[in-house]
Design a protein around this ligand. Structure first.
Ligand SMILES: Cc1cc2nc3c(=O)[nH]c(=O)nc-3n(C[C@H](O)[C@H](O)[C@H](O)COP(=O)(O)OP(=O)(O)OC[C@H]3O[C@@H](n4cnc5c(N)ncnc54)[C@H](O)[C@@H]3O)c2cc1C
Ligand code: SF4
Length: 493
């Protein structure tokens, strides 16, 4: 096992993410040693650390002279290539084993994808439910329906989210404290803060987090899956993505725990199906997309977007209330829930026209659960539509009114989601119309976008000019970049 600087520098990895990965590695190495295994471990600050996985493996091969190499498939195409090259340089066979922390092997996904022009989640998910007998009654889905999305899209309403259960946090032990100090000194300039670090770093902690999620949050998960509330980063989500991606939890046990709660009458079918869909559906689906489409997938830029990512994505210094809150919690915890990623940070970047590879580098850097196999398809495909519609049937574009419907942010913001041009126009709303105008020809042939594109024709020339002018001002950084806070004050957690 090796801690190498390159894994924190090939993208500008956030402090929270690096600390979590290294602490989990050190705890795991300790557990292996306790179980009597011999572990060759190179720490980040060890003298002679070679700085990259490839160089470290080559040094270890020279030192240990193995007969062959066996590894579990990594989470990143780049790492697989680097380790293959290291093995080849020494004439060694690299035996790459299937990662068993998934329901669906890459080969099975490839068989599902064969001959399909587009890959929609829904068909894949149904196949997975049937194959693994999850929430099934014979050949039929439990409750007679595959999909409870209609029940799972509520906003909180004026009274807010109620008494949200306390975050399942874990005190830092000596290992995590040591890693945090190391990260602060080695990656001082990297984004994020470690003061609120309380993520599970061992399997025992991850199991406790799972159990508490099922008991405390799962019953409300589905209903409020898409809702947002200022200063409430945790809501009714599971916060288990990092534990799953670091293999502290197996997706099978997570799905089984949720289904058991439904069978015991502790959570509704809509909630449990909504949760199972994320793990047995989305998580497996993006894993399959990544490994069947790489390496070309990472280069796609289907909408020909070339703007630079605004610098305030790394600092949270914007006066757009929704973005400011999402960025603040991202930097503080390395966490934002799905709708914040898709319909706040992702939506803004898409409509602004940021080059998708820069958006990808940001998401890979800042989130604690970011491993390329899961981050890249979500960012490039689902959020930025850069794969030209392989994953999503249309770009996820919306005005600020979507955010207004799903949260109270707009009430405390200096902008107005109903205005598309002028001083108070919400940047999301301006950029939405600008996006439709810029891509009208491309989008007109998409039946799911036809209505939205038609609305552009209703604008007269002066209205279009005003939108373009305001969009240009946003891109020049003249709008949205002030640090002045929304009238409701600090929402940062
Ligand atoms: C632009 C963008 C980038 C993303 N990057 C990542 C990433 O780097 N790593 C990552 O794990 N997820 C990523 N996601 C998916 C999703 O947003 C996170 O998994 C989720 O927000 C993690 O929080 P949670 O554990 O509380 O999830 P919950 O809302 O509680 O969902 C339960 C679990 O389902 C899985 N899941 C949910 N949605 C997805 C999805 N779209 N794809 C894959 N798994 C999913 C996760 O394992 C998650 O823990 C991204 C989504 C978008 C839109
Ligand atoms: S008005 Fe626009 S920028 Fe402000 S919170 Fe609403 S959607 Fe966000």
């Amino acid at each position: 096992m090796a801690e190498v600087a390159e894994e924190s520098t090939h993208v500008w990895s956030g402090k929270v993410r690096t600390t979590l990965f290294l602490s989990a590695m050190r705890h795991f190495a300790g557990e292996l040693r306790t179980a009597g295994r011999r572990v060759h471990y190179t720490a980040l600050d060890d003298a002679g650390n070679r700085g990259s996985l490839r160089a470290q493996l080559q040094a270890d091969i020279e030192r240990l002279r193995p007969q062959g190499l066996v590894m579990t498939a990594p989470g990143d195409w780049r790492v697989l290539q680097a380790l293959r090259e290291a093995a080849q340089a020494h004439g060694l066979l690299l035996d790459v084993r299937e990662d068993r922390h998934f329901f669906c092997s890459v080969r099975e996904f490839a068989a599902h994808a064969r001959g399909r022009e587009s890959l929609r989640l829904e068909y894949f998910y149904r196949e997975m439910r049937q194959r693994h007998g999850v929430l099934m009654q014979g050949d039929a889905p439990e409750g007679g329906r595959w999909n409870f999305d209609a029940e799972n899209r509520e906003a909180f309403g004026a009274t807010g989210p109620g008494q949200v259960p306390e975050r399942t946090g874990f005190a830092r032990d000596a290992i995590t404290r040591e890693v945090a100090a190391l990260v602060e000194s080695r990656f001082d300039s990297h984004p994020g803060r470690l003061t609120g670090f309380a993520w599970p770093v061992t399997r025992a902690q991850a199991l406790e987090a799972l159990q508490r999620f099922v008991a405390e949050r799962l019953p409300s998960f589905g209903r409020w899956q898409d809702a947002m509330w200022p200063g409430e980063p945790w809501l009714y989500h599971s916060h288990l993505s990092a534990a799953l991606n670091l293999k502290l939890l197996n997706p099978r046990e997570v799905v089984a725990a949720a289904v058991e709660a439904y069978r015991a009458g502790a959570a509704s079918l809509a909630s449990v199906e909504g949760f199972v869909r994320q793990i047995l559906g989305w998580r497996e689906y993006v894993h399959g997309i990544y490994w069947t489409r790489m390496p070309g997938y990472g280069e796609l830029n289907g909408l020909d977007a070339h703007e630079d990512l605004p610098a305030w994505y790394w600092t949270g210094e914007t006066d757009m209330a929704c973005l400011r809150d999402a960025l603040a919690q991202t930097l503080a915890h390395g966490y934002a829930h799905h709708i914040q990623r898709l319909m706040v940070t992702g939506l803004f970047a898409l409509m602004y026209g940021v080059q998708p590879q820069q958006v990808h580098a940001w998401y890979l850097a800042v989130y604690i659960d970011a491993v390329e196999w899961v981050e890249l398809p979500n960012t490039l495909g689902m959020s930025q539509y850069a794969d030209g519609g392989l994953m999503a049937s249309k770009p996820y574009v919306a005005t600020g009114k979507y955010i207004q419907r799903m949260s109270p942010y707009c009430a405390g913001c200096r902008y107005d989601p109903a205005q598309r041009s002028g001083e108070r126009a919400c940047p999301f709303t301006t950029l939405y119309w600008d996006f439709l105008m810029r891509h009208a020809t491309r989008l007109a042939s998409n039946p799911r976008m036809a209505l939205q594109v038609k609305n552009v024709a209703r604008l007269d020339a002066a209205q279009k000019d005003a939108i373009r002018e305001r969009a240009a001002a946003i891109r020049r950084g003249e709008v949205g970049t002030g640090r002045s806070s929304p009238s409701q004050g600090e929402w940062i957690v």
